[in-house]
Design a protein around this ligand. Structure first.
Ligand code: G1P
Length: 295
């Protein structure tokens, strides 16, 4: 069975963006003219995942409002005859069925995923992290969903990273398969020091998991940062195929935008703005002049 549900952990405090995130969830920060989280929901919907569960927390109400109807705003735009903006406002509501569940104690990504157990049931499901945006022209998630269904395996998305960024990611110990973009994973380690890393293949924020992960997460002790790490539960699966079958990585070589820290966020906004049909031509012209003026 191909997965139809996605779990999006959105309870993080967004401390790297303070003070912007004092009263606004980091997931709602605009990337050009849409909140970051909308790109992720659009990606899920494009891949056929229209049942979305957000694991949320205190202060995240703006996310719920964003995916709900906005009758007053919609009426006002309708009266003005502003069809384009009305469509833009309604688009977020019509993308998917979005459900919300509070994480409760902030005990880490693994704990957030475990909270989805009842909603997910006995099916494979995707986990998508909001700091990673995958370009709309890519098909990473579809590829992962297909591999999951075909191999009845756990699938994570991997990307080669520069050695100096290894300590920011879960890193895979992997070997090639007959498919050029698929590797078999034998181990995973959360944010290792560069000298202890088994490779430079980093887990990016897309996973297609089997429901067996929940039993493993139940038993996973707090790890790095005293948090229950999803990577640690995946390591249990990767090191013992008997638990829930094999773990594979789909190696992504396409366009990914990181919005997790301020510098990467600025780069993501510029790159996405340059690619936009409406804003791109003017923005690129200005950007060319501006960068020339910096020389
Ligand atoms: C999380 C995961 C890590 C993964 C990363 C991808 O870390 O724990 O394994 O590589 O997402 O973005 P975070 O960035 O939330 O600290």
């Amino acid at each position: 069975m191909r997965a139809v549900k996605a779990v999006l952990p959105v309870a993080g405090l967004g401390t790297r963006f303070l003070p912007a995130t004092k009263a606004v969830p980091k997931e709602m920060l605009p990337v050009v003219d849409k909140p970051a989280i909308q790109y992720v929901v659009e990606e899920a919907a494009r891949a056929g995942l229209e049942d979305i569960l957000m694991i949320t927390g205190r202060g995240k109400g703006a996310i719920e409002n964003h995916f709900d109807r906005a009758p007053f705003l919609e009426d006002a735009l309708e009266r003005k005859g502003d069809g384009a903006r009305l469509d833009a406002v309604r688009a977020a509501t019509n993308l998917a069925d979005v459900h919300f569940l509070r994480q409760g104690d902030p005990r880490g990504l693994g704990h957030a995923v475990l909270r989805a157990r009842q909603h997910v049931g006995q099916e494979p499901f995707a986990v998508m992290l909001g700091d990673d945006l995958i370009d709309a022209q890519e098909h990473l998630l579809e590829r992962m969903l297909d591999e999951q269904a075909a191999r009845d395996a756990t699938i994570v998305a991997l990307m080669e990273v520069d050695p100096e960024h290894i300590h920011l990611y879960g890193i895979a110990d992997a070997e090639p398969t007959a498919d050029a973009d698929v590797v078999r994973i034998h181990g995973l380690v959360e944010k290792p020091a560069r000298e202890y890393a088994p490779s430079n293949l980093a887990v990016i924020g897309r996973y297609v998991l089997k429901p067996e992960i929940f039993d493993v997460l139940e038993k996973t002790a707090p790890g790095r940062g005293n948090e229950i790490q999803l990577t640690d539960a995946l390591q249990v699966l990767a090191s013992d195929e008997a638990v829930a079958g094999p773990v594979y990585g789909v190696v992504f070589r396409g366009l990914r935008y990181d919005t997790g820290d301020r510098l990467d966020y600025l780069k993501a906004v510029v790159r996405l703005a340059c690619g936009r049909e409406d804003l791109g031509p003017d923005f690129r012209r200005w950007l060319g002049e501006f960068t020339a003026s910096l020389q």
